[in-house]
Design a protein. Structure first.
Lengths: 474, 386
């Protein structure tokens, strides 16, 4: 038995991944794209091929057409493709573990490009783990994948461009948006205005955002700005949302509450690969340290797209191509001069799409309360139902970093391995211990990064040739 | 043999269970210990092992210690006070080495006979019916096994923390994130570290996988073997198993914890890196563990693995630890190299060591663990090992 080998394995089929795989294949690299979804597109362009075929793009808007072009170019490329693959391991030595329709296997790659994109920031407000509470992005994903919209009135609470976009998308699809509770503090506006001149250069992007806000008004969606201290109320499922606004406590009945405080890099794989990570104060998230080519602290591992810091879908494309150029250079297929030359137009495109980001980062920075909840009964880790209060006690006993707190409380020990609670746990421990989030660190993520059935592991395809021994008796 | 008077200062290198337990007992004897730990307490083998509290199938030299340790596990309150419950210790559930075939059963029968000859009664053979009664989830093809009925399990990291909290109560000082870079003995010990020098009358090396390095700093060559023992854990499952099951013909250590998760280990190695201080589990090697589980426990065919991890542990050529005075340095003692089965011994070793240091004599035989044995020609290997 010998292991499947490639020059480059790209993990994730969103804009960064598709663009990278297409470019790498063009440059002659034996490239494979591994993705969890059944078809190319990633989160942003989910199900784009089907939606294009059926002429259903109207619901989602014109800008989604870009995804269809990317998917077509990727399909036309020589890159191999394994959809429906859950990646549960990427290693510094280039080994990748995945579970697909034909079981679990190991793939070896000379280089790995993580294009794992973004995930919604978990919003740990009281009651967020009850049935009837979902992420705004999760609802949008359902809409893209199967055209499903909620059949009960929804309350949307949070901040960021996606809140406005999804509110309008839901309303246009016939769903009743009973209220839009915007958590962006009013005080932010003044500070954010400083970034406006640069954002104006982004032109279309800024207009797009303003258009969504305008559309919310036009559709008559009741909107309250400057809300805070959200609380989902209910016995065993969401019944109402209470919140602070204009100095008073208010309450609105809601069977379905959609929360959103922006997106953060999906770093489980880069963390598990031991790439060095930093806490990004501007975006309030962990991200791998990368250079201008997406290279990480691990020689064989690079990251492109939102997985390295949130820049959005349009920036992800040139970032993917830049990382592919660097992979081809490092594998000796193109010269450094050739790499730099081909990267030039990509960098210009990247700069164009990056102009709006400082405005967004400033305007939609999560409030301290949503980053590190203070209410002791609020659940932080939903898998193991660990509360803020329990974390506080763990810190008192010596659990001054997430890995130690984990063993005191079991936070992060459930099936998601801290994917959902990682940033919140780090932020709460930092506050309780008086350290910075960077000092406190985050979870060590172990294989399998995603759960794997025991029977699949028992039938794992791949041998251990070349692996170091398990010990020494010197 | 040098004796230490109360009030003397002690430095313990290594904040694992044995280091912390030694500090507790030195403090109980009136000494003032400092534990110097390069990472944090319980970071490596002490905190990430399988948590088996096992007398079953011990090396004969370890049996007296293991039985004494078991008594302490059963009365953890005496050792740890209010922190005892933190260990999540459960005793009297039994550990069973399970036999699938007559070929498996044979060495177990020999082991039982050998122990009887030596006068030990804690391991007994069980037949298919008794196995079925104690562990109905074990596959029906299994024909019996060897059991130690008092055995149990505990939660390793929390146990390390309970030891730490007890030590703190007794006035032990912990210097974590502090790396020993050198040491010499003049009138007293001077231990140089990444944060400055510490002085003491006595020095104890409980450095685990790095224990040989501390020995080397005083010119003493001890085996530097190490390995990365691997474990994996499932999502919660409905309760199906009380005792801890270990393999006979196959490598396995298998237990279901109170919260329903199943912890699977037993002789599967990851990739150790002493320098980076990491140990990575290896899926290609865990495959055989997954196969073993689905053969021995049909219920496991529905299990989902959520996490695997590995720990760095010292391994001696004869698979038993080094416990005793340094051969080259005065007022220095070693206790490391537990070779993957030191967890159960953790309440006793520090106690014996404190007796040895302060009173000059260990109440239990520890001759077999003398550091000098590696210079004495051919090692005696475990005569009862399967």
């Amino acid at each position: 038995m010998s292991n499947e080998r490639h020059d480059l394995a790209v993990i994730g089929g969103g804009p960064a991944g598709m663009a990278a795989a297409t470019t790498a294949a063009r440059l002659g690299l034996d490239t494979i794209l591994l993705d969890e979804q059944p078809a190319p597109g990633g989160q942003i362009y989910r199900n784009i091929e089907q939606l294009t075929r059926d002429g259903d793009l109207d619901l989602l808007g014109e800008e989604y057409r870009r995804g269809a072009d990317l998917a077509r170019e990727f399909r036309a490329s020589k890159a191999a493709y394994r959809p429906n693959s859950t990646i549960w391991q990427t290693s510094p030595d280039g080994r990748i573990g995945l579970t697909g329709p034909d079981g679990a296997r190991m793939i070896h790659a000379a280089r790995i490009l993580l294009a794992t994109g973004a995930m919604e920031r978990p919003v740990a407000v009281p009651g967020w783990t009850m049935p009837g509470v979902m992420g705004v992005g999760a609802v949008q994903a359902l809409m893209k994948a199967s055209g499903v919209v909620p059949d009960t009135p929804v309350v949307i609470a949070g901040s960021g461009p996606l809140v406005y976009l999804v509110a309008t998308q839901l309303a246009r699809a016939g769903c009743t948006v009973a209220a839009l509770l915007v958590t962006t503090p009013g005080s932010r506006i003044a500070g954010a205005l400083k970034e406006l001149p640069r954002a104006l250069l982004a032109g279309r992007d800024l207009l797009k955002g303003l258009a969504w806000m305008n559309e919310v008004r036009r559709l008559g969606i009741p909107t309250t700005n400057g809300t805070s201290h959200l609380r989902i109320e209910g016995e065993d499922r969401a019944e109402a949302v209470s919140y602070g606004a204009d100095g008073a406590r208010k309450r609105i009945v809601a069977e379905l509450v959609l929360l959103h405080e922006g997106v953060i890099p999906n770093v489980q794989l880069s963390l598990s690969t031991r790439c060095r990570h930093v806490w990004d104060e501007t975006q309030a998230c962990w991200r791998p340290e990368t250079d201008e080519w997406g290279a990480t602290s691990e020689e064989r591992i690079a990251v492109a797209g939102d997985g390295a810091g949130i820049l959005g879908a349009q920036a992800a494309e040139p970032l993917g191509r830049i990382a592919a150029l660097d992979a081809a250079f490092r594998l000796g297929r193109i010269s450094q001069v050739e790499r730099d030359l081909q990267a030039k137009p990509e960098r210009a495109e990247l700069a164009r799409h990056g102009r709006i980001r400082p405005l967004l980062d400033r305007l939609f920075h999560p409030a301290p309360e949503s980053l590190a909840p203070t209410d002791p009964d609020t659940i932080v880790c939903r898998c193991e139902e660990v509360t803020v209060g329990a974390l506080r006690e763990a810190v008192r006993l010596g659990g001054e970093d997430p890995n130690r707190a984990k063993v005191f409380t079991r936070c992060g020990m459930g099936p998601c391995q801290g994917r959902m609670c990682g940033p919140t746990v780090s932020a709460v421990i930092a506050r309780e211990s008086g350290h910075s989030i960077q000092e406190v660190g985050t979870y060590r993520i172990r294989i399998p990064v995603r759960p794997i059935p025991l029977t699949a592991l028992a039938d794992l395809v791949g041998d251990e040739e070349g692996l170091p021994p398990g010990g020494s008796t010197l | 043999m040098m004796k230490m008077s109360p009030g003397a200062d002690a430095i313990v290198i290594g904040g694992g269970l044995h280091g912390t337990c030694t500090a507790i007992h030195l403090a109980l004897k009136g000494l003032r210990p400092i534990v110097i730990e390069k990472n944090s307490v319980g970071r490596h083998a002490s905190g990430v092992n399988a948590g088996g509290v096992r007398q079953l199938r011990r090396h004969p030299a370890e049996i007296p210690l293991s039985i004494a340790a078991m008594d302490r596990w059963m009365n953890l309150g005496e050792l740890l006070g209010k922190h005892a419950s933190m260990c999540e210790f459960v005793g009297n559930i039994g550990q069973i080495a399970v036999a699938e075939t007559a070929a498996d059963m044979h060495p177990l029968e020999e082991r039982a006979a050998e122990l009887k000859r030596m006068g030990w009664m804690h391991e007994e053979l069980i037949d298919r019916d008794e196995l079925r009664r104690l562990a109905p989830a074990v596959s029906e093809h299994c024909i019996g096994g060897l059991i130690s009925r008092r055995d149990g399990q505990a939660t390793p990291y929390l146990t390390s923390q309970a030891f730490r909290l007890r030590a703190l109560d007794l006035g032990v000082r912990f210097e974590e994130s502090t790396r020993v870079i050198g040491m010499d003995h003049g009138a007293r010990w001077n231990v140089q570290t990444s944060v400055g020098a510490f002085e003491s009358d006595i020095l104890v090396n409980c450095g685990g996988a790095w224990g040989w390095q501390a020995a080397a700093m005083v010119g003493e060559t001890l085996p530097r073997g190490h390995f990365a023992s691997t474990l994996m854990v499932t999502a919660r499952m409905p309760h199906f198993l009380d005792p801890v099951i270990i393999g006979t013909g196959r490598k396995l250590s298998f237990k279901q914890t109170d919260n329903g998760t199943v912890v699977i280990g037993g002789g599967i190695f990851g990739v150790p890196d002493l320098e980076k201080e990491t140990a990575d589990p290896v899926a290609e090697r865990l495959r055989v563990s997954a196969q073993t589980c689905s053969i021995l426990f049909p219920v496991m065919r529905r299990a989902t693995i959520v996490r695997a991890w590995a720990g760095l542990e010292a391994r001696m050529p004869d698979d038993i630890p080094v416990i005793g005075a340094s051969q080259t340095a005065p007022a220095m003692w070693h206790a490391f190299g537990f070779s993957g089965h030191g967890f159960q011994l953790s309440p006793i070793v520090g106690s014996l060591l404190a007796d040895l240091i302060v009173d000059g004599k260990s109440p239990l035989p520890i001759e077999a663990f003398r550091p000098g044995r590696f210079n004495e020609g051919i090692l005696e290997l475990d005569p009862t090992a399967a």
